[in-house]
Design a binder for this molecule. Structure first.
Ligand SMILES: NC(=O)c1ccc[n+]([C@@H]2O[C@H](COP(=O)([O-])OP(=O)(O)OC[C@H]3O[C@@H](n4cnc5c(N)ncnc54)[C@H](O)[C@@H]3O)[C@@H](O)[C@H]2O)c1
Length: 438
């Protein structure tokens, strides 16, 4: 079928991936891509590399790989750069993060050592527990934003990139609500000049991305791009945006299980989630203000999936608590426990226990890969503003003002695949096919 969409610009040339925060997630992602490119590993967990997409009727047997169906950038065409408050190159940062085994990291040491973080835009008031020397100094936040724009242009020229995408993998900033300064591009720019304390470092990166014409994704739960000033810039400059907070670990499990319980009209009276983790992310989250940011995205999930307003008898009294404890011996190998109190026929209670011995950054890395490839696709397809079809990857999906986010991972996956079908002028699949007796 012919597409009614405007043509998608081809993925010619190199795609530069710019990452604020060269920590555990970013280095696991970069090292993984390089290992895959060298044929030394499989991109497990990545839809863009492994998943297929059904087209047409079930009887037609057409299920190409997503990567063959939509014009994505090739892994060989990716270049990487970023910023961090520490001077460690990507090999040193990956070694410190201790996500990947050292012998495996040694295989790509040459490549990772060449990725040296640019000086960061950082503010101790937003991330309290870490201190590093690799930080830009300037009289005001507008100068800092301009310095980032210059970094972006320099990176693009130096690496011969035709396109760029930025993805925030920096630490979780303290909890902030939108303030007056965030409400328009004018007030935001005035705030930059006046060093308004309500403008977070991550917002300066998002602003610089918009100014430099680069799509922006937010992997942390920070407010960052979820403000009118950045949304307006994205619309005006025809740039895609998405966020926030990668859906890995415990919340991933929640969005698998909760829709299943609800689909069978089983009640939930309590859901207690606790985690121990010992990486730098865990250390930052020890600060109550950073934890509050995380807690918001983690808590919102169940409410939306279970819809207590529609099913008060089943979910109105749900007690939901989330805890995270920093426990250094575990490093990146987090453990997440869930105790779920459910009830069934005649209100008889039952319990479910989950003990997920999870590797956070191993789950996050393929998400980063898919997001940058899909954001680049969206950009070339002329899609601008919030990309809700990428909600699949986030704990707190950004939505257009006034809409509630969709958290059910199966609905999210259907949205994602239907968006790809729509982009390519294929029929959407609604699963309303003929039944046997029709
Ligand atoms: N690992 C996961 O599964 C997962 C899931 C969801 C969200 N996240 C979020 O992703 C982010 C990265 O996680 P991680 O495990 O890699 O953490 P990390 O602590 O290993 O890495 C974050 C890096 O960001 C740097 N940083 C902080 N502020 C910065 C700034 N203003 N500019 C540039 N660099 C800055 C830190 O120095 C650090 O090296 C965190 O916000 C985390 O909450 C991670």
């Amino acid at each position: 079928m012919a597409s009614s969409n405007p043509p998608i610009a081809p993925a010619d040339g190199k795609l530069g991936i710019l990452i604020p925060g060269i920590g555990a997630v970013a280095t696991t992602f970069i090292a993984g891509v390089e290992l895959v490119r060298r044929g030394q590993a499989q991109p497990v967990g990545s839809l863009t590399q492994l998943a297929t997409i059904r087209l047409g009727k079930r009887t037609e047997g057409k299920s190409p790989y997503i990567r063959d169906f939509v014009p994505l950038a090739k892994l060989d065409d990716l270049a990487f750069g970023g910023w961090d408050i520490y001077e460690d190159n990507a090999f040193e940062a990956a070694s410190n993060a201790r996500v990947l085994d050292q012998p495996q990291l040694e295989q790509v040491k040459d490549f990772l050592s060449g990725i040296k973080p640019m000086k960061a835009v950082f503010d101790q008031n937003y991330v309290k527990r870490i201190h590093g020397p690799n930080v830009k100094q300037a009289p005001n936040k507008r100068d800092l934003a301009e310095a980032l724009v210059q970094d972006i242009h320099d990176f693009k020229a130096k690496n011969g990139c035709s396109r760029l995408a930025m993805i925030w993998c920096g630490s979780t900033e303290v909890y902030r609500k939108p303030a007056a300064v965030h409400q328009s591009v004018e007030s935001f720019e005035k705030g930059l000049l006046e060093n308004d304390s309500n403008i977070a470092p991550s917002q300066i990166y998002a602003y610089a991305a918009m100014k430099a014409g680069v799509p922006f994704a937010n992997g942390a739960p920070n407010l960052t791009s979820d403000i009118p000033a950045i949304l307006d810039l994205a619309r005006d400059r025809e740039l895609p945006l998405c966020g926030k907070d990668f859906k890995t670990g415990q919340t991933f499990m929640k969005t698998l299980l909760a829709p299943g319980l609800k689909s069978r009209m089983l009640g939930v009276s309590g859901w207690f989630s606790t985690n121990i983790l010992g990486n730098r992310d865990g250390e930052v989250l020890e600060d109550p203000d950073s934890f509050k940011t995380k807690e918001e995205t983690k808590l919102s999930v169940l409410e939306q999936i279970l819809q207590p307003e529609l099913y008060p008898d089943l979910y109105k009294n749900l007690y939901h608590a989330v805890r995270i404890n920093y426990y250094p011996p575990r490093g990146d190998a987090k453990e997440g426990w869930d105790n779920i109190d459910i009830f069934g026929w005649l209100n008889y209670p039952m319990q479910i226990k989950i003990d997920f011995l999870c590797r956070d950054s191993i789950l996050a890395a393929p998400i980063v890969l898919d997001l940058v490839l899909f954001m680049d696709l969206a950009h070339r397809a002329g899609m601008r503003g919030i990309q809700e079809w990428l909600s699949f990857y986030f704990k707190g999906p950004m939505t257009a003002p006034g809409l509630y986010p969709e958290h059910d991972i199966f609905i999210q996956l259907m949205k994602l695949k239907n968006r790809l079908r729509h982009l390519m002028g294929e029929e959407l699949i609604t699963h309303l096919g003929l039944e046997y007796y029709d």
